[in-house]
Design a protein around this ligand. Structure first.
Ligand code: QV4
Ligand code: CA
Length: 512
């Protein structure tokens, strides 16, 4: 009996680690600040057809609206309530998006901001995305409703009421994160309200949640909230499916709170991944690509089954959160493509691709003066839709890294090699490396300052393959380099360090 309970509990926990991605797909894309109507269109015209498994959406619930600074992106991390109208659109548009994305096999994961409401200094009035009245000063949010006693202030032991010392777990969980009004998740009432909000989304058809600021919530409180969640909607998911949970915990070491505390609840964001990978591709601190032979757990990252990995995210691409200048973003597009290519080729973790908007980056003494700038918008502050150019790129300031040929093709590569082991490793003891995924795919990088010219065992069946980085298969032809794999699995690779993208990737479906 005891064993049965243990097994059942184990099963229940692991369930929230499963992203329930459909049709053998493997990757999630964060369409940061996109409108619901644009995501709907993107699911149908691009994500579904190109093998993307899911979208992380910006917070869908009601948030403050700020005029100074003018409509910053981070206003959406200051909830006013759980009505489903936001800068991205209203509830009908949200529902339509979830339905239509699900119908083309693309899951929706919601960014859930449940640690706090808005900042203590956010004022009083109806400057909110659905127009609900609230008072930050009186901690009054009638649309939920939350009142004074639903917040943690009595529990926080710092003089300022703010988190002052990340070495003290009590402060980190019970005090205010950058003045954000901290919810008392120990109360059943608060847990119920938060779970109602998440359940409404689950019933609408979402596949799970990126849970914001988990470091600032007690694992026991989160467990109580997750335990209240419904199973996924059986219109799209098999009966008994638990929502996928991936928790934002920034753990680079050296603090009182570790990611380990959250492993049993769901997956956790592995922030070491992007920080290290950026350092490696930049060749900082004596790092070399050849050191990635044991990439993953061998580098002290969390266990594979717990990890949600990414090269950059909406915070650290602009200096918020963690990782600093090492992070490889679209601003360094050549590095970014290589790093994302490496991540998508490597078996470790559930992968998330970033899709950004451009802003007027202006770094003074290491700090971006415009790190607050919101998405491309009209004069009235409403978000612009995403126009698609003739060459399939996006216009109007939307970067759309996920549409870049190299990245899109590596998302497909990951699907094709899914389940295959990391194999046939080669390196030159510097920054040229190659590895395969069983007999389904092979990738070669040259991040040295000289040419790569080598014959390698790919593990692939003989034939001619189209490199999906310099081009792709177009009908029966190939718009990029062609790689000839002999009957013995060996192939010759030549990559100049001056190539536009100094890496080559082939897979079973790119065979000509
Ligand atoms: C400021 C001061 C405070 C002061 C306050 C006075 O910084 O010290 O007390 O004014 O009113 C914004 C402003 C910030 C301001 C705050 C409250 O940037 O200057 O406080 O609002 O008005 C995003 C942004 C934050 C933003 C927040 C809320 O990154 O800058 O704060 O949204 O709008 C830690 C956490 C981790 C977190 C990461 C950024 O452990 O959980 O920092 N990451 C997540 C999200 C992130 C989001 C939050 C958490 C909060 O990914 O995008 O913060 O929901 O590492
Ligand atoms: Ca808290």
């Amino acid at each position: 009996m005891k064993l049965f309970i243990l097994v059942a509990l184990f099963g229940l926990c692991l369930a929230q680690h499963n992203p329930h991605i459909q049709h053998g797909r493997t990757s999630i894309v964060h369409l940061f600040e996109w409108r619901w109507a644009d995501i709907t269109a993107e699911c149908e015209r691009f994500l579904g057809p190109n093998g993307f498994g899911g979208v992380q959406i910006s917070p869908p619930n009601e948030h403050i609206v700020l005029n100074s600074p003018w409509r910053p992106w981070w206003q959406r991390y200051q909830p006013v309530g759980y009505n489903l109208c936001s800068r991205s659109g209203n509830e009908n548009e949200l529902r339509d998006m979830i339905t239509r994305c699900n119908n083309v096999g693309v899951n929706i994961y919601v960014d859930a901001v449940i640690n706090h409401m808005c900042g203590a200094g956010a004022g009083e009035g109806t400057h909110s995305s659905c127009g609900s009245w609230f008072s930050a000063g009186r901690k009054d949010f009638p649309s939920v409703p939350f009142t004074q006693s639903d917040f943690n202030d009595h529990k926080c032991r710092t003089g300022s009421g703010e988190i002052e010392n990340y070495g003290d777990a009590n402060q980190v969980r019970d005090c205010r994160l950058v003045s954000l009004l901290d919810l008392a998740l120990e109360k059943d009432y608060v847990r119920d309200k938060v779970a109602d909000f998440m359940n409404k989304l689950i019933d609408m058809g979402v596949a799970g949640f990126r849970v914001d600021a988990c470091k600032h919530m007690w694992p026991g409180d989160l467990s109580a909230v997750y335990g209240r969640l419904h199973n996924l909607n059986t219109e799209w998911f098999s009966g008994g499916s638990r929502p996928f949970i991936f928790q934002e915990v920034i753990d680079l070491g050296g603090e009182s709170i570790t990611s380990t505390e959250y492993f049993h609840l769901g997956r956790v964001t592995e922030f070491k991944y992007g920080a290290k990978l950026g350092t490696i591709f930049r060749k900082w601190n004596g790092e070399k690509l050849s050191y990635t032979k044991n990439w993953g757990e061998g580098w002290g990252f969390m266990p594979n089954d717990n990890a949600l990995v990414f090269v950059d995210n909406h915070d650290n691409q602009r200096g918020h959160g963690a990782g600093g200048a090492a992070i490889a973003t679209f601003w360094d597009s050549r590095l970014h493509k290589m790093a994302v290519g490496f991540m998508l080729a490597h078996p470790y973790g559930v992968t998330r691709v970033m899709s950004s908007f451009r802003w007027n980056r202006h770094i003074v003494n290491g700090k971006d003066q415009n790190d607050w700038e919101g998405p491309p918008s009209h004069g009235d502050g409403s978000t612009k839709s995403v126009p698609i150019n003739a060459d399939q790129t996006c216009g109007d300031g939307w970067v759309c890294e996920h549409r870049w040929r190299q990245i899109k093709n590596m998302v497909i590569f990951r699907n094709v090699v899914n389940g295959q082991p990391h194999s046939n490793w080669w390196d030159n003891q510097s920054n040229q490396v190659a590895f395969g995924r069983g007999n389904r795919g092979f990738i070669v990088f040259n991040n040295d300052d000289w040419d790569l010219d080598v014959t390698l065992n790919t593990g692939m069946p003989g034939g001619t393959y189209c490199d999906v980085i310099s081009g792709q298969k177009e009908g029966s032809g190939c718009s990029g380099k062609q790689i000839h794999v002999g009957g013995d699995g060996r192939a010759h690779f030549k990559i100049s360090n001056r190539d536009e993208d100094p890496f080559v990737a082939i897979h079973a479906d790119s065979k000509l």
